[in-house]
Design a protein around this ligand. Structure first.
Ligand code: DAH
Length: 339
């Protein structure tokens, strides 16, 4: 019996297996109910009484050795398996902490959602644009100061190709392609050659709205503006329109809302006027309609445009514009959102 145990011990030490099935076969051969070791165990009762102690101990050693060896083989096989090329070791470890939406994205979405409720749909256009879509079609005279080198970034010294300075360029593109009724909202990034400071940046974001149909009037514009202001800043918000000038609208206006901080009484934020300016608007100039192939005798329309940073500042009182593009996680984490 002792000899048999010793032979098996030597055999087990030397066991080799490469595949899962081979390992399983070895387990059955040695450790299953009818396996070699179990057979020895059942023979144990025939061992002479004075040898029982020694043989018993040896048998236990053998059984443990067999179990250990088979486990070793299994582990070696499994770790070999995980070195397989099909497993991507460069993958990020889980769990990945979920980020938050950027405050500008949140506000942009809120603006778009409000206009969507009024029946507007989203339109987008390129950031690298040509002079026609950004300026000429929108009635900018040849010598208009907005075309000046100081404001506009030109691409490769070509005065015809620019980074758009406003999202009004998307109006041009949509009007060229489609006939009224047109009811679009155009969010996007715009660029201006400005010195970067707490209140100006060389890129920022705008949302533009355009509505063209038969009989669209200034009263329609005013009503849409009032709806927007109340939805965005609260039901108590009042609006005021001041005459202004934009090349692409006639008449043009700028809209102020009652200051949300002092409720219109006057404070440092609104420079003691009770009002803060938030957007430009007006009735689309007939020249612009004609430039884009829309019959200005048949159709009229209104347009409006606003800066997303400005609206975000009013909502969240961010004092320095540069924080929007610095990617400081301590700033961004404060804007948690469900969507
Ligand atoms: N495009 C103007 C700007 O960048 C904003 C603007 C004003 C857009 C009046 C409009 C508008 O559509 O009617 O400053």
């Amino acid at each position: 019996m002792i000899d048999k145990i010793n032979t098996l011990l030597a055999e087990i030490e030397a066991l080799k297996a490469e595949k899962a099935e081979e390992i399983e076969a070895l387990r059955i051969k040695y450790l299953s109910k009818k396996g070699e070791i179990s057979l020895l165990m059942s023979d144990f009762r025939n061992v002479a009484a004075d040898q029982k102690r020694e043989v018993g101990m040896k048998l236990n050693v053998l059984k443990e050795a067999a179990q250990n060896r088979i486990n070793e083989l299994k582990e070696a096989f499994e770790s070999k398996d995980s070195n397989d090329d099909s497993i991507d070791l460069t993958r990020t470890a889980y769990p990945i902490p979920l980020g938050t939406r950027h405050p500008l994205s949140l506000v942009k979405k809120e603006i778009c959602d409000i206009f969507r409720r009024l029946g507007f749909s989203i339109a987008e256009g390129p950031e690298v644009e040509d002079d026609w879509h950004v300026f000429s079609a929108l009635n900018f005279a040849e010598d208009h100061p907005a075309r000046d080198m100081q404001d506009t970034f030109f691409i490769a010294h070509d005065p015809q190709i620019v980074l758009r300075t406003h999202t009004s360029s998307v109006q041009t593109r949509v009007m060229e392609k489609e006939q009224p009724p047109i009811r679009i909202i155009c969010p996007g990034r715009v660029y201006r050659n400005e010195a970067i400071s707490y209140r100006a940046h060389c890129f920022f974001h705008q949302v533009e709205a355009l509505y063209i149909d038969k009989n669209v009037s200034f009263a329609d514009l005013k009503q849409a503006l009032l709806f927007f202001a109340k939805e965005m800043f609260g039901a108590d918000t009042k609006i005021r329109l001041r005459p202004s000038y934009f090349p692409f609208t006639e008449p043009s206006a700028e809209m102020d809302i009652s200051c949300g901080i002092c409720g219109g009484k006057g404070c440092a934020f609104c420079k003691h006027t009770g009002w803060v300016e938030i957007l430009g608007c007006g009735m689309v100039d007939p020249n612009v309609l004609e430039n884009c192939g829309i019959d200005s005798k048949k159709y009229t329309g209104y347009a409006l445009g606003m800066g997303v940073e400005r609206i975000t500042n009013l909502k969240y009182r961010v004092k320095d514009l540069r924080m929007f593009s610095e990617n400081d996680i301590r700033f961004l984490n404060q804007f948690e959102s469900a969507h």
